[in-house]
Write a protein of this length. Structure first.
Ligand code: SAH
Ligand code: ZN
Ligand code: ZN
Ligand code: ZN
Ligand code: ZN
Length: 468
């Protein structure tokens, strides 16, 4: 349910004893506002799933839940847990390593590394199997496990090699020694496989397939939307990771939330992490915990509201398996940026990309991002060079021009004179389209058969009777 929806707010800081749990840990309390603020409904729903099909937990705030339902819930919650405990997974991994490569099978359908005696069942059911799992694949689990991309829960999109390299260089530049990788298995993997770096990492992710390849000190089964550790060992590993021993450590957090995740909810979890870090690991007063969060530039306003000390870097983050966030696909490149509380002038951009240092802004700006003397800022965000509008008194995207009727800068084909009905997309935060049409989701890309501005759009549509 954690998504950016116009008329729905999350209420944070609810008394934990009053919060029911779904298989994804404690639920979140939402308030849905009716027309003109009337008929507000407050209800608990799943923190991790934006799709009711994935987790349909729903309970009105003041609802009395029968004991029968409570029992049923217990069963559902138990069923929703991984097939093996983390400790068991560690044992199984040892056995898996001991198998000759030709006997190592991994089932993509079930997401499990199969031991020899278990293979037959999966073969008979014609599951999707990876044969002869090599040592190298075991050490590169992001290549082994099929990304759960279409899945609304995980929205697993992996960084390109160049974006991983950029993050690794940035960590080095910041003298970081310990990294919390929240929802960033590729960074964790790169750190684990780097032999010549003084760098440690802990993966915190909802995808429990990683339990099978990382020990309890390397992976926490964790939900970033409610800061929930699914087992006590994970929470201990998290605290242990932060506990100082030996030479001074410098920590950092790298987080790549699934698209559409509510920023204020993630910010709330980050604040809890900062709190724990302060309690057990902060070694200098006034030092900050560097955080790098990946999000599209559309979300800048939302992010700065929740995390006012953050700023957006111009670096464009690219992904391997995402059709839009792939650099080569469009002239303006990926819309994903890094938001960080590290001072932007301290982060050097790769020399291979065209960046320049803006002395006035004291930051690296991309080549298309020109400093605007009127705004006193480097104003381009989208990958286009923005143009200053004297009437609007701000820089705007180059495809807009000032409309004297609307008194704002608009697209040439805008519905002139009509008050804007603000449809805000719940996935990307951009106005003008709804979640179902969002270009950022894989499903829409796959289903997109014609450009949206085509005449077909205007044909009367058959009304659907099904409620969503
Ligand atoms: N670009 C990253 C992957 C980002 S995809 C990389 O290459 O490493 C989002 C990641 O967040 C996935 O690994 C997914 O499993 C994880 N995730 C999704 N929902 C989550 C949640 N509620 N809590 C923690 N991790 C979550
Ligand atoms: Zn759930
Ligand atoms: Zn500037
Ligand atoms: Zn300007
Ligand atoms: Zn204008």
């Amino acid at each position: 349910m954690a998504g950016q929806v116009n008329n729905v707010d999350v209420i944070l800081d609810v008394d934990p004893s009053k919060v029911p749990s779904c298989p994804h840990g404690p639920t979140l309390l939402f308030a849905r506002y009716g027309d003109k603020g009337k008929n507000t409904k407050r209800f608990f729903a799943c923190s991790a799933c934006r799709d009711r099909k994935e987790c349909n937990f729903y309970q009105l705030e003041d609802e009395k839940v029968s004991s029968v339902r409570l029992e049923a819930r217990k069963v559902i919650n138990k069923k929703g847990q991984p097939p093996f405990s983390h400790a068991k997974c560690v044992q199984r991994l040892k056995a898996f390593w001991d198998c000759p490569v030709v006997n190592r099978l991994m089932c993509q359908t079930c997401g499990i590394l199969l031991l020899p005696t278990e293979q037959k069942v999966h073969i008979n059911k014609s599951h999707d199997l990876v044969k002869s799992v090599s040592d190298e694949l075991l050490q590169n689990p992001t290549k082994l496990f099929r990304p759960q991309g279409k899945d609304k829960v995980f929205a697993q999109y992996l960084f390109s090699k160049s974006s991983i390299t950029f993050m690794m260089d940035t960590l080095k530049e910041q003298n970081v020694t310990h990294v919390l990788c929240i929802g960033t298995p590729s960074i964790h993997e790169a750190i684990q496989n780097a032999t010549n770096l003084n760098l440690q990492s802990l993966l915190m992710d909802l995808d429990h397939r990683y339990m099978q390849v990382y020990s309890t000190e390397k992976y926490c089964y964790y939900n970033m939307f409610n800061h929930h550790f699914f087992n006590p060992a994970s929470e201990m590993a998290f605290k242990q990771f932060l506990t100082p021993a030996g030479p001074p450590k410098k920590f950092a957090v790298i987080v790549d939330p699934p698209f559409g995740g509510m920023i204020d909810v993630i910010a709330h979890s980050l604040k809890k992490i900062i709190q724990t870090w302060k309690e057990i690991a902060q070694n200098k007063k006034n030092s900050i915990l560097p955080i790098f969060m990946f999000q599209s530039y559309f979300m800048e306003k939302n992010i700065l509201e929740s995390l006012p000390t953050f700023s957006m870097l111009d670096y464009k983050v690219t992904y391997l398996n995402h059709p839009v966030f792939n650099a080569a696909k469009s002239k303006t490149g990926s819309p994903v940026r890094i938001f960080t509380n590290v001072k932007p002038h301290l982060i050097h951009m790769p020399s291979s990309d065209d960046f320049w240092f803006c002395k006035i802004c004291n930051r690296f700006s991309s080549s298309e991002n020109k400093h605007c003397n009127k705004c006193n800022q480097c104003t381009s965000k989208s990958g286009h060079t923005y143009i200053h509008c004297n009437q609007c008194k701000k820089c705007v995207k180059p495809n807009r021009s000032h409309c004297p009727v609307c008194k704002t800068c608009e697209l040439p084909d805008h519905r002139c004179g009509f008050e804007k009905t603000e449809t805000t997309c719940h996935i990307c935060g951009e106005t003008g389209h709804k979640r179902k049409q969002c270009p950022l989701t894989m499903t829409n890309i796959d289903n997109r058969k014609r450009p949206s501005s085509n005449g077909d759009e205007n044909k009367p549509k058959k009304k659907k009777k099904t409620k969503s």
